[in-house]
Write a protein that binds this ligand. Structure first.
Ligand code: GLN
Length: 284
């Protein structure tokens, strides 16, 4: 428990606005971005259920949201449609801006490069604001919180983060869970060798089910969805430390950042963001 508290504290430090420490998720993401996995699903106005359409269409411009759609309840497939909290908030922002809306599904660590090279206008992927990512993209105000948790098989001898020493840890590549666990022990991590990276959280969970890894470290809401969907898994009751999710925009595109930020601010203020979150996450 102490270990995870240290780790979580380290992560919290990283997410605090300044700090120039350590490992660089943002640029490691950029460096390893896979080309194979990028697929674009055009999801225009008609696909997003409840988002208001009153102000839609006009500018002819398209707001392209880069995401990794295996992160329920923020983004996931229902049939061939991508739904979820981010999908709906993104659509509501596009509506407010009078823009068309499209979702481009890719590996998580391809999202920041896609924003940087202009293939996507925004990144929404339950993406945690970290100082290292802030070197590569700009972030809007935050709209949700997340917590890193540990999933283990029922009956596992791992009962707290202290037991992770020497265990095989599954993570989703390029995420804060990856960053945090693969860091050196001095920084509260378990080292590169302890970590097996998967391109999707669901692949990490499959690896857990088949015994290839001993646990998975991932954000709490997708963790809940994975545990619900698969028998024999549970989430450890670890220390709760929050991360903040925000929308990423290209660094030089201050105009878009301001527009997106203002639209998000209005949607938070009028309760739209909360009602979208409540639709997907039941309060405990
Ligand atoms: N919140 C985590 C991060 O930003 C995980 C995001 C994700 O897997 N979509 O790194």
């Amino acid at each position: 428990m102490k270990k995870i508290a240290t780790l979580l504290a380290a992560l919290m430090l990283m997410t605090a606005a300044f700090a120039g420490c350590g490992n660089d998720t943002g640029s490691s993401a950029a460096g390893t971005s896979s080309t194979a996995s990028e697929s674009s699903t055009t999801q225009s106005s008609e696909t997003s259920q409840e988002a208001s359409t009153e102000e839609t269409s006009g500018s002819g411009e398209t707001l392209v949201m880069a995401t990794n759609a295996f992160f329920e309840p923020y983004e996931y497939y229902e049939g061939d449609e991508i739904v979820g909290i981010d999908a709906e908030i993104g659509k509501a922002i596009a509506d407010k801006l009078g823009m068309d809306f499209e979702i481009s599904d890719m590996e998580f660590d391809a999202i920041i490069p896609a924003i940087q090279n202009g293939k996507a206008s925004i990144g929404m992927a339950g993406m945690t604001v970290t100082p290292d990512r802030e070197k590569n993209v700009s972030f809007s105000q935050t709209y949700a919180t997340g917590v890193q948790v540990i999933i283990v098989p029922e009956g596992s001898d791992i009962t707290s983060a202290d037991d992770l020493e020497g265990k095989k840890i599954g993570v989703q590549q390029g995420t804060t869970g990856d960053l945090y666990c693969s860091d050196t022990p001095e920084n509260g991590g378990f080292g590169e060798d302890a970590v097996t990276r998967y391109s999707k959280g669901s692949d990490a969970v499959m690896a857990l089910l088949s015994g290839k890894v001993d646990c998975v470290v991932i954000d709490n809401e997708p963790a809940k969805a994975f545990v619900e969907a698969n028998e024999g898994l549970k989430i450890l009751d670890t220390a709760y430390v929050e991360e903040e999710y925000a929308i990423a925009v290209a660094k030089d595109n201050t105009e878009l950042l301001e527009k997106v930020d203002a639209a998000l601010g209005e949607l938070k203020e009028d309760g739209t963001v909360q009602s979208i979150i409540d639709k997907y996450i039941t309060a405990e």
